[in-house]
Design a protein around this ligand. Structure first.
Ligand code: HGY
Ligand code: MN
Ligand code: MN
Length: 406
């Protein structure tokens, strides 16, 4: 049977920055096209039929999800995403897809045949790193994102999603969703909870609500040398103040606020900016805290703008409500894993968004986490040991055996 390391080494070089070790795997770019080709090869090797859903999502099926009573959706789906944030780690996303194919192999090695359709999925543009909307593929599939809005989204080079995809996205596919009975996503943990618990595997309980806003700070572009300080309306000041205010307000509320992306016009050393565009990522354990945090940041930014003689405009780019994973499915998975391994599996929430969060509004959904000794993610420092990844594959195979083979 193919080992984790040998399959992992097939994709590890794809989209990797040799200088930093980080990954540059953006949706519908060359590295991701190579990963999609790899997906087809893996499916072919396993006798799985591949389908695209017109939204950029790839599905490999053992058995036909179209078979059987559409009212009794019983197909079992697992998988994750290929795309990365700029300079992201290699495990965030691909680990769930590699593990899914190897779990199919493990089921065969155990001599168990699925009694229901079993699928592996690669969702498109989960990070939103190219077109700005996270979980874009799963949002389109579930109808959470309008295909027209999606088609018009542009990347930093002005290319639209419609041009990248080569067509207007197909949008919601309620018939396919109706045939899926459960979805399970395996993902590298993006924190150190499992490391601190000395546990190689965990199960997700919830995903924090979170959202992304674009803040446009506009002021008066002018000459850096001839404009007196008292006469300036410099949006960079308002922006800088807002970054500090967001950090402060998050700390006060126990939430998370990040302003990691900025664009400046004209972005010249000797010119006072006319426009500073900053993106705010806000997360909190509950909706009330999240709402309070974004309101506080908006108020602080507006106050400062009044003093600077600048203006600030907030635009919500995406919003993800709290996700409580399916209690019965999660309990069933924990019980099965404990029986199989003799060890109780920790159940933990996460502040990271996932396609599983989007699917969970439509299909009973669960997540498995694999220990990350550094706890770091969205960075080349993201890590997982081969032993823990093998444990993840065994756990996923046990879950799939429970859901699809009994
Ligand atoms: O941003 C997130 O939470 C996820 O990694 N897309
Ligand atoms: Mn991510
Ligand atoms: Mn991810």
């Amino acid at each position: 049977m193919t080992s984790f390391r040998s399959l992992w080494d097939e994709i590890a070089p794809i989209g990797r920055d040799p200088g930093s070790g980080g990954y540059l795997r953006y949706a519908w770019t060359e590295p991701e096209r190579q990963l999609r080709a790899w997906f087809h090869t893996q499916a072919d090797r396993r006798g799985m039929s591949v389908r695209e859903d017109g939204n950029g999502n790839l599905f490999a099926w053992l058995g036909d999800p179209g078979r059987g009573d559409p009212e009794r959706g019983d197909a079992v789906l697992t998988g994750s995403h290929f795309d990365s944030v700029p300079q992201g780690g290699g495990y965030d996303g691909p680990l769930g897809i590699v593990s899914a194919f190897l779990a199919v192999d493990e089921l065969r090695a155990r001599g168990v045949e699925p009694r229901r359709p079993l699928g592996v999925v690669a969702f498109a543009e989960e990070e939103g790193a190219r077109f700005g909307v996270p979980c874009l593929g799963s949002r389109l599939l579930t109808g959470a994102l309008d295909p027209g809005r999606a088609a018009a989204l542009t990347d930093r080079d002005g290319i639209t999603l419609g041009e990248a995809l080569g067509a207007r996205p197909a949008g919601a596919d309620p018939e396919l969703l109706a045939r899926i009975g459960t979805f399970v996503e395996l993902h590298v943990e993006q924190g150190r909870a499992l490391a601190e618990l000395a546990a190689p595997i965990g199960v997700a309980s919830a995903i924090w609500p979170h959202g992304r806003w674009r803040l446009d700070f506009s002021g008066e572009g002018n000459h850096a040398g001839t404009t007196r300080m008292a006469d300036r309306h410099d949006p960079m000041l308002t922006y800088a103040y807002t970054v500090l205010a967001a950090n402060k307000e998050a700390r006060l509320r126990g939430g998370h606020a990040t302003m990691g992306r900025v664009a400046v016009e004209p972005n010249a050393t000797n010119a006072i900016p006319s426009l500073v565009r900053g993106w705010l990522d806000v997360r909190a354990a509950d909706a009330a805290t999240l709402d309070g945090l974004i309101e506080a940041v908006a108020a602080r930014a507006a106050d400062r703008a009044a003093g600077d003689g600048t203006a600030v405009r907030l635009t919500e780019e995406s919003m993800s409500p709290i996700v409580e994973f399916h209690g019965g499915l999660t309990a069933r998975i924990c019980t099965r894993l404990a029986t199989q391994t003799g060890v109780r599996v920790p159940v933990l929430p996460t502040g990271a968004g996932h396609d599983a969060g989007v699917l969970s509004g439509h299909v009973p959904t669960a997540m498995l986490f694999v220990r990350n000794p550094t706890g770091v993610s969205h960075s080349p420092a993201e890590a997982a040991t081969d032993a823990d990844c093998e444990a993840g594959i065994a756990a996923l195979a046990t879950v799939l055996e429970e859901l699809a083979c009994r």
